[in-house]
Design a protein around this ligand. Sequence first.
Ligand code: B4P
Length: 189
Amino acid sequence: MSIRRLLLIGPPGAGKGTQAGRICDALGIATMSTGQVFRDNIARETELGTLAQQFMSKGEFVPDEVTNPMVASALREEPFASGFLLDGYPRTQAQAEYLDTVLAEDGKSLDRVLELQVNEDDLVSRLLHRASIEGREDDTEPVIRHRMEVYRSQTLPLIDFYSQRGLLVPVDGNGSVDEVWQRLEDAIK
Ligand code: B4P
């Protein structure tokens, strides 16, 4: 089976953005990171960026009413129409159900959901390390801790949602970037 439509799920700092490009290169598909789209809009000071920043700086999710239509319209355009890896979307049950509806309207469905699992202490130290280099507004320790809580309450239920449908492939995200990539490479075969 050719894998064309995938999700990459994992807590903040799990390495989604780090690994997404490698997965897409291997499969010949495009990736979209909702977090990156928001950060680009913040940098360009667009209306969307101004709105997204109010939530992201506090470690909250950008509201579904904003995120959902943004993803839906992108998925109908090239390069995503012919295959995609979504990095950081969906993050809520409502987003997951919305994505199903959007794909079904075009006669499509998901092929696989990759879940990166990393222990929490390592997540915090990765993000604090990134903070010392990039200074991202949402990478301070209190905001990181809040993002972890939001992940547990809002995104973890998606693991069951996709597991029950036989789509979920858990991947050990601990270790070096290359070690994690080797496991992901096996998971997309
Ligand atoms: P995201 O941009 O998705 O970012 P993230 O959760 O911080 O991290 P990611 O897992 O991509 O980590 P990375 O590879 O960078 O979200 C940011 C915010 O955007 C959210 O909190 C939310 O507010 C908003 N948002 C995004 N999507 C949304 C949605 N669907 N709905 C609503 N709101 C949404 O790795 C982190 C660091 O670890 C890097 O410095 C990296 O170099 C390092 N690292 C990675 N792998 C490593 C490894 N194996 N070993 C050591 N270090 C590693």
